[in-house]
Design a protein around this ligand. Structure first.
Ligand SMILES: NC(=O)c1ccc[n+]([C@@H]2O[C@H](COP(=O)([O-])OP(=O)(O)OC[C@H]3O[C@@H](n4cnc5c(N)ncnc54)[C@H](OP(=O)(O)O)[C@@H]3O)[C@@H](O)[C@H]2O)c1
Length: 254
């Protein structure tokens, strides 16, 4: 049995990854998001649902993580992989209602807390290679207006990835980041709507315009991200660490 923790599993990419990984009866999943009804609903959609754990808490809360590991100490004595995927999107504007602190604290600090709280249990894994996969963004690769907090947080995650990859390399804990372009989830729909509002166009024409500037002229499906995570957690993945991995239909090329 292998045990994987997925944060941000209440919807989008995290939920799609949970559904795919649950097809293997040798996987035990711990799925986490803040909204209990969402995470409970995802749990009911999983294969082998009786062996998984759903928990609703804010990833920034170290005490909630400790409580999770204490409550399920029999099942979670060791874990084999963490998909640190939870995050929030959207713009921020300097001033009274600036979302800077919220976006930085969830996307950057929350990811750091998630990893640090899971590390002792990853170290207990008997697998030859253990995996931490962080969800960054193509907005760690290029800037867009009004997204200063999001771009900063997602770029910071690449620094976190590289530093941890060096720190944990000798323990065979591989640390990587995904840098997706548009993925068809609620977050992307909200982002495209925000863009449409800003330029005074409707949703569909803004969507078409966004796809038009991407070489493959398409949006990634959450299930494609799930397949990639499955590979990154597999026994075949023994030599990629410290990398930002771009899944973006060609929107950014190194
Ligand atoms: N969709 C895209 O185009 C795209 C592109 C690049 C990167 N990303 C990144 O991909 C990741 C997944 O996003 P998605 O597109 O799948 O969007 P999504 O459907 O909105 O999923 C985000 C998930 O994170 C959870 N979450 C947010 N804040 C949390 C917190 N403080 N503690 C625990 N859970 C929290 C949300 O649930 P609750 O609100 O209930 O907690 C939700 O389950 C994010 O990190 C996002 O920044 C998305």
């Amino acid at each position: 049995m292998k045990t994987y923790i997925i944060t941000g599993a209440g919807s989008g990419m995290g939920a799609a990854t949970a559904r795919l990984l649950s097809k293997d009866p040798n996987n035990r999943l711990v799925i986490i998001s803040r909204t209990k009804s969402n995470i409970d609903e995802v749990l009911t959609s999983l294969d082998n649902k009786e062996q998984h754990i759903a928990a609703a808490f804010d990833i920034r809360e170290a005490s909630a993580w400790k409580n999770l590991f204490a409550t399920y100490s029999d099942k979670l004595a060791s874990i084999d992989g963490l998909f640190a995927n939870a995050g929030i999107g959207g713009a921020n504007h300097y001033g009274e209602n600036d979302r800077w602190d919220e976006i930085i604290s969830i996307n950057l600090t929350g990811t750091y807390v998630s990893i640090q709280e899971c590390l002792p249990y990853l170290r207990n894994s008997k697998q030859a290679f253990k995996h931490i996969l962080i969800t960054s963004s193509c907005l760690a690769r290029f800037g867009v207006p009004a997204y200063t907090a999001y771009c900063t947080a997602k770029t910071g995650l690449l620094g976190l990835t590289r530093s941890l990859a060096v720190e944990l390399g000798s323990e065979k804990i591989l640390v990587n980041a995904l840098c997706p372009g548009w993925v068809e989830t609620e977050m992307a729909r909200a982002g495209i709507q925000l863009l449409a509002n800003a330029i005074g166009k409707d949703y569909q024409s803004t969507f078409d315009e966004q796809m038009g500037i991407v070489p493959l002229q398409r949006i990634t499906q959450p299930e494609e991200i799930a397949q990639f995570v499955k590979f990154m957690f597999s026994d075949l993945q023994t030599s990629i660490t410290g990398q930002g991995l771009d899944i973006n239909n060609g929107s950014f090329m190194i």
